[in-house]
Design a protein around this ligand. Sequence first.
Ligand code: GLN
Length: 296
Amino acid sequence: MTNKRWTNKQLLDLATKYFTEKAIDSPRLCAEILLSHQLKKTRIELYLDYDQPLRKEEIEGFRTLVRRRVKREPLQYITGHQGFWSLDLMVNPAVLIPRPETEILVEEALKIRQSGLLSNDRTTMILDVGTGSGAIAIALAKEIEGARIWASDISPEALQLARENARRYNLGERIRFCEGDLFEPFSDNSVAFDMIISNPPYIATEEFGSLEPEIRCHEPKAALDGSKGGMRYIQRLIRESVPYLQGGGWLLIEMDPHQTERALNLIDSERCFDYKERVVDYRKSYRMVKAQKKHG
Ligand code: GLN
């Protein structure tokens, strides 16, 4: 392949065919994204220069990227980027790749704020538990100008990346990143939040083995595995968030649709919340539960 004068079009056709044989999702798109990443061009530019021969190093570089993808490494870890909300976030294997469904947590948080359900006489305080790449915290900091945002994670590597992502949007000063398990960084009880938001690990351990290799072999298990039944962190969030919520404050948790009913029951059994609701995602599946703590 290296002796020939390959053009963009020929390389794209070849890679598409190879990805198709290897049952890689969206083969053409995948080839285009990898070639644009290699050549530092947009996908449109690939077609504008489609018959221009490529240099040997460019072809070699592209082949390496194609091989990585065939080993089922997620495209986002190869390019180092993922879009979320209006953001372009950097991602690496220390963090879960943000999913489109998670945007509903941001949407719901904005709705709660806009509907005047929170106290207006002071700054809104929001915590993103298990922030990973920082997706939720950064989207909210960007959307809600006056709010004070905290973001916690147990992984120092994740926090480092989340900080870099925040800095790229000049939001580094607006978000406080804290290392620790769930609410541990706040256990001196110095802050109470108006909203606590989390996309915790919620895959059942017994189902972990049947996930796609992209997820199972490449994404951080600690960000996915919610123990037996997948409810461990959902349950802990419902129990442990109560002292960290203001009266009238809201808890928003992403989960699997089949977990929402149990989560609602757990919320009831806490006896600290007086409102609860499930919210559907873009596929019309229940993807999150929100609950409001009793006032006073
Ligand atoms: N929605 C993710 C998936 O299906 C799981 C995310 C999580 O456990 N927080 O891969």
